[in-house]
Design a protein around this ligand. Sequence first.
Ligand code: ATP
Length: 362
Amino acid sequence: MTQEFTIAVFEGDGIGPEIMQPTLEILRTLCRHGDYQLRFQTCAAGAAHYAQSGEALPAASLKTARAADAILLSAMGLPDVRYPDGTEISPQIELRKVLHLFAGVRPVRIFPGLQTPLALPKDRSVDFVLIRESTEGLFHTQGCGEVTQTEARETLLITKEVSEKLFAFAFDLARSRKAAGRGTGRVTCVDKANVFRAFAFFRALFDAEARKHPDLSADHAYVDATALWFVLKPWDFDVLVTENMFGDILSDLGAGLMGGLGVAPSADIGEAHAVFQPCHGSAPDIAGQGRANPMAMILSAAMMLDWLGRRHAIPALGQDAARLQLAVEDVIGKGQMLTPDMGGNATTRQTAQAVLDHLRPA
Ligand code: ATP
């Protein structure tokens, strides 16, 4: 019997719906061979919804997300719509916390056609994954830090429970990348263990996990040096794992290496749930103009297919993830039908159509 997967879809704000709709069309086309089926359930949430209803993440949407097999999210938040304390509406961060999505997966891969600012030596290729812990770290007191007239405090939290899961995830990923011929099987713990006790604790937990994986290698790097090496020798990395705020900053640097946010996908993965969304925000400055680059959204959808395929042992899902990734690479490699952020003049829909046209047969 064909297995059906329910996907909770958050179209979000700004360019969110513009990049989500063509992505759903691509997913519908991909699964036409019938080896699995996808059923999409739209969920209300985000800044526009908050402005209208007073709720950023309605209970009904959270219930749908919890019951779904995977969650596909575009972008949420608008600069002019804020909570009374002045912070932006970001239900995606709330989802990470309530669904315990501890592993923020940010692939950094430079393939032909991407406008990387790096002058890469010919014999070097960049293909690494940054894993950002996404539920604690310096985001622990988000929204409830203490602020007085003279001081402000936020607390960084590192727990053994979450760190152990995070590091196990990182080593598993390194193992599967090595098996696929995409990495050397090395995990780098990125921290600041020379200055903060919390990071020495983080590192000790990493070392304990590393000892369980004698088939893989493990090392450490300080976050400041890592930022430098991202620019000077990014080909040197395989899997990196780090705290929430360090990961937040390094993942944008990683997107920069790929030539911009418009091509940077991501996944936030826990034990029971996972959210797939582009690294970029809702880009209100270009919303409604048909200029949004759908590639990061489409690549995030490919990550979702890959994750579902591994989780449910359905090879067709993994194959479709690879077909989609390749189609994106083909379109970008040809340098045609690209949106303005990539130097082209195609619309969001034309770019997405080009991806559909480049899908190889199943
Ligand atoms: P957030 O804080 O929610 O991540 P942000 O304020 O940092 O969002 P974005 O919304 O990601 O920023 O936008 C940053 C810049 O990148 C804007 O100029 C925006 O137009 C551009 N941008 C972001 N995503 C895309 C995209 N998919 N296509 C084209 N341009 C984009």
